[in-house]
Design a protein around this ligand. Structure first.
Ligand SMILES: [Fe+2]
Length: 210
């Protein structure tokens, strides 16, 4: 199995977003492509260690380091696919009244505005990472979480529903570091609520439907 064929870079049509420039999208998509390549490369190198069906003692330090890095690169790839997948240039500011996501947010937080306040507040937390609204597949409940870098804070078995990148590369060409709040407002002008509806109702929402 060729390592460069494990994962393919997905394409996204995101030019013309509100408050997030095409230049930012180009930069961001090329960073994403780097995560796909790195994930494939790491998996390929780990597969080489496993070729003889054992990890020898002298191989263990390199094997361990590559495996640790896999969590960073792999989550970097997947979270970006969710992020780009929940944006669209033809967005509405809020989910419509029939939205399955809206019903889930209200059931989980009481009101949509309370859910949104929580999600935005997570996104404004200091640090490098992501705000992610997850769904617990067992209960259907939504909860918002901070993910440091790409791999610390993901909840095992929960499904990402809305993913917002708040690394500075996501907005630095359009806003200053202190203007993260303006970027978050712009993000909410471009959310594809229909994708969220599919993610909360799909039997396999972990599939990155877009
Ligand atoms: Fe990013």
């Amino acid at each position: 199995m060729a390592s460069d064929q494990l994962y393919k870079t997905k394409s996204f049509n995101l030019y013309g977003l509100e408050g997030i420039s095409d230049k930012t999208i180009d930069l961001h998509l090329s960073l994403y492509e780097g995560y796909v390549k790195a994930t494939n490369a790491l998996q390929g190198r780990i597969a080489e260690f496993l070729r003889d069906e054992q990890v020898d003692q002298e191989e263990f330090p390199a094997y361990s380091e590559l495996t640790r890095r896999l969590g960073f690169e792999f989550n970097g790839m997947v979270l970006h696919e969710y992020y780009f997948g929940n944006l669209t240039p033809q967005a509405s500011l809020k989910p419509d009244s029939a939205s399955a996501f809206l019903r889930r947010a209200e059931a989980s937080f009481g009101t949509y505005d309370r859910w949104k306040t929580d999600f935005i507040s997570v996104g404004k937390m200091r640090g490098v990472g992501w705000a992610v609204c997850f769904q617990d597949g067992a209960s259907g409940r939504l909860s918002n979480h901070w993910v440091t870098l790409h791999e610390h804070g993901n909840v095992a078995g929960f499904h990402p529903v809305l993913v917002m990148d708040v690394w500075e590369h996501a907005f630095l060409l359009d806003y200053s570091p202190a203007e993260r709040g303006q970027y978050i407002n712009a993000f909410f002008s471009n959310v594809n609520w229909r994708v969220l509806d599919r993610r909360v109702t799909s039997e396999a929402p972990h599939l990155r439907v877009a």
